[in-house]
Design a protein around this ligand. Structure first.
Ligand code: KG4
Ligand code: ZN
Length: 365
């Protein structure tokens, strides 16, 4: 096996079409030679959520272009690569299929090995790409589609400590924005409104805090917000800008409080299991929220644990994380062949029971 590996990664499991080239020589920091992400926000905006069929068609149209652009930006040809890595699940099946078919075509055409990557492993291995984090570490994936605590012990060795039993927090932010007439994606618009809001005015619930363990729930919070909004409308005929800001601030505070308390428990559970110097890493779009990030950083500091938050462009869906996970798998001899399938569900921790339901962005685990 060659020492230096250069891998093209493809990602199309949700509403971002992405291609990236990552190069790594053992003993050095990995280099992202190119990372192209074509989002579909405008395409789905009229529907208030991701429409799987539209997403799949857009991926099929955009993948080739993203690959061409990533190769051009890195100054490479297919022949310069060592492997093609692709998200093979979990996610919206049409999009995953588009990516897998594209990767198979490229691999067969160029005579390159094919590596199927679990999208969640891509997120979970990102702190190794960005910060060279050694195993083991604790990971919180918190986005529009994911919410789970994982102990990462190896590239294929994850233990799930808990996760959402209904909505992912990003999904709850997006629904909250919709309920309050704010633009999508909801996270940044709710955060901006919350800046001038009073988080203490509305007593919104902190779901599942009364239950032990690291599982979370966010759908009741959104319902409580809807009730508070409707009570205001009934009492005064509408909501003022200040009402909206106070609702946003209360909601954001509740999500931050739940994530912080569950992170505290996850860190304690991790420390009870593993004696090594602990590290707590976060990934996902919701980790961009300043109130939430500060709350998580505070929890880590109090527990004496190193806090790692990769840059946002590598926390949200991208293909550099898939190329990197592909490099890790390739080095471990974990290659696939033309029988690689697309999997709508693919839990990282095979010993955990499957989570219920599926979010607007596809299966949760
Ligand atoms: O990781 P991501 O790009 O995609 C997946 O969902 O996989 O995360 C997007 C989610 C959206 O739901 C968005 O509203 C949320 O992350 N988000 C935020 C913020 N920025 C993005 N949520 C709260 N505060 C933010 N500043
Ligand atoms: Zn993701």
């Amino acid at each position: 096996m060659r020492d230096t590996l250069t891998v093209l990664g493809l990602e199309s499991s949700c509403d971002d079409t992405a291609a990236a080239v990552v190069r790594h020589a053992p003993g050095t920091a990995p280099e992202i030679l190119a990372s192209v992400v074509a989002g579909q926000t405008a395409l789905h905006a009229p529907y208030g959520g991701v429409v799987p069929e539209l997403a799949a068609r857009a991926h099929a149209e955009k993948l080739d272009l993203c690959v061409e652009e990533a190769l051009a930006l890195s100054g490479l040809r297919l022949a310069d690569l060592d492997a093609i890595a692709v998200t093979a699940g979990p996610g919206l099946i049409g999009g995953v299929l588009s990516g897998v078919m594209c990767a198979k075509g490229l691999a067969a055409g160029a005579g390159l090995p094919l590596v199927g990557v679990n999208h969640l492993a891509g997120h979970a291995l990102t702190p190794r790409l960005t910060d060279g984090l050694a195993f083991p570490y604790l990971m919180l994936l918190v986005s529009g589609g994911h919410c789970q605590f994982l102990i990462a012990r190896g590239i294929d060795d994850f233990t799930r400590l808990g996760g959402t039993i209904d909505d992912a927090p990003g999904e709850a932010f997006d629904k909250t924005a919709k309920l309050l007439g704010l633009p999508q994606p909801g996270g940044p618009s709710v955060e901006a409104e919350a800046m001038i809001g009073d988080p203490a005015r509305f007593a919104l619930p902190r779901p599942l805090l009364d239950r032990p363990g690291c599982d979370m729930s966010f759908s009741g919070l959104k319902t409580a917000l809807l009730r508070a909004r409707d009570a205001l409308i009934a009492a005064q005929g509408g909501i003022t800008r200040q009402d909206r800001a106070d609702l946003c601030a209360g909601f954001q505070q509740a999500v931050a409080a739940v994530l912080a308390e569950k992170s505290r428990r996850a860190i304690a559970a991790y420390q009870a299991l593993l004696p090594q110097e602990p590290a707590f890493a976060v990934a996902g779009g919701v980790a961009a929220n300043r109130t939430i990030r500060a709350a998580l950083e505070d929890v880590a500091a109090r527990a004496g644990v190193r806090f790692v938050a990769p840059p946002l462009r590598l926390c949200t869906d991208n293909a550099a994380m898939i190329a990197w996970a592909g490099i890790e798998r390739f080095r471990a001899g974990q290659m696939d062949d033309m029988s690689l399938g697309a999997r709508p569900r693919w839990p990282l921790d095979r010993t955990s029971p499957a989570m219920l339901g599926s979010g607007k962005k596809g299966a949760k685990a």
